[in-house]
Design a protein around this ligand. Structure first.
Ligand SMILES: C[S@@+](CC[C@H](N)C(=O)[O-])C[C@H]1O[C@@H](n2cnc3c(N)ncnc32)[C@H](O)[C@@H]1O
Length: 382
């Protein structure tokens, strides 16, 4: 028998053990395919960028992604048109990975009667799940992109939901609906917007992906205090695109490293395989350095050799590289006013000295004097 494939995501998520019983009805009531646009964007192995996939051209592939526990890119380059041959450079909206959505909703500890603000409506699927649990009147969701907000309103309506969908900058929250019991961001921040604690009631929770150009893969759960400050721990990993305000869009390496640069050279005994790529280490190092990103470039052959490039993002051009050629010492080059490898080496040394803490031992407090990351307790800023 042929025909349209069907919505089997709830069963898939249940089989994978990621669908809590209290969310089962919501995932059934908000069929994900109603929220996924007819053209989505997919990557191709070995190629940079995003390629359009139209449902009408390859319905099986489109449905395969809808029913799979993965994220789906739904917009690139702030809505570059999907013409034949167009390759998207940056993903700018997506339907998040369902198991991640469910994990974040579990962290929110939602109870009937609560009012929630979501920042980053995207497709509207997450808002639909919350409506299914709490009712339409309890949910406000803000999307910065007007066309995405309009599409989400339509999808939500088709699925039978009508939360308040606001077109605007979610960094400003949405004051008319405040105070909220819960604020959930589905875009990552480098700094907690002041409006979020201000618009949450005392005891309320703010849950947001958090990270910078060095490491953008942490989930932060803050509780709002009576005095309007908010404090809490990192509770896991969550890789999201940034809130537009906090975006870092990196160009190709040649924009940062020029052929006629004359770097300083030295060697180190510190194995780059230890320093880069472990989420706990990357997180900890990122708390100690600012305005730097790292990129590993593997050798094209089977040698296992690679170079890690460090790119300074604080104005004047600085870069560093460290080569892994199978054995120490490792060659280091550093160019520009900053000594980026030295900064990373010092931050890594701090992490070792601190007893190799995992991400869940860190937290953050935000108040009138800004935000501070801490280790073990708010009294111990890093
Ligand atoms: C990962 S997607 C959200 C996924 C969505 N919650 C869903 O269920 O499909 C992130 C969204 O955040 C939006 N966004 C980025 N900056 C924003 C801002 N300042 N205010 C509101 N939305 C923003 C993006 O346009 C994008 O649609």
């Amino acid at each position: 028998m042929t025909g349209e494939p069907s919505y089997i995501l709830p069963a898939e998520l249940e089989a994978a053990g990621v669908l809590a019983p209290e969310w089962r009805k919501a995932v059934e009531a908000a069929p994900r395919h109603l929220f996924i646009p007819p053209t989505i964007w997919v990557s191709r192995p070995g190629h940079r960028g995003w390629y359009p996939l139209a449902r009408q051209d390859d319905s099986a592939a489109w449905w395969g992604l809808v029913n799979r526990d993965g994220y789906i890119v739904t917009q690139v380059d702030d809505d570059r048109p999907a013409e034949p041959g167009v390759v998207g450079e940056y993903s700018t909206s997506s339907a998040s990975q369902p198991s991640l959505v469910l994990r974040m909703l579990a962290e929110l500890d939602l109870e009937p009667g609560m009012r929630v603000l979501e920042v980053g409506t995207g497709t509207g699927w997450n808002a639909a799940l919350m409506c299914a649990r709490l009712g339409d009147n309890a949910v406000t969701t803000v999307e910065v992109d007007g066309e995405l907000a309009a599409a989400a309103r339509i999808a939500l309506g088709r699925a039978g939901f009508s939360p308040t969908v606001v077109t605007g900058d979610g960094a400003a929250g949405y004051a008319p609906g405040a105070p909220y019991d819960r604020i959930i961001a589905t875009a990552s921040v480098q700094a907690i917007p002041a409006a979020w604690p201000a618009q949450a009631r005392p005891g309320g929770i703010i849950l947001t992906p958090y990270g910078d150009a060095y490491h953008n893969d942490a989930l932060l759960k803050l509780t709002v205090n009576d005095d309007g400050t908010a404090s809490g721990r990192f509770v896991g990993r969550a890789a999201f695109m940034w809130l537009r305000r906090d975006r870092v869009l990196l160009g190709p390496l040649r924009e940062y490293v020029h052929a006629d640069d004359h770097p300083d050279r030295k060697t180190t005994e510190l194995d780059p395989r230890e320093v880069f790529g472990d989420p706990d280490i990357d997180f900890a190092v990122a708390t100690r350095v600012s305005d730097v990103s790292w990129h590993r470039v593997d050798a094209a052959d089977e040698s296992g050799e690679f170079t890690v490039w460090l790119l300074g993002l604080s104005g004047e051009r600085s870069w560093a590289s460290i080569d892994f050629e199978g054995h120490s010492p490792y060659a280091v080059e550093q160019y520009g006013p900053r000594r980026l490898w030295d900064e990373i080496e010092a931050a890594y040394g701090w992490w070792i000295e601190a007893g190799r803490p995992t991400t869940d031992r860190f937290g953050l407090t935000v108040g009138p004097d800004g935000q501070h990351v801490w280790l073990n307790s708010p009294h111990n800023p890093v």
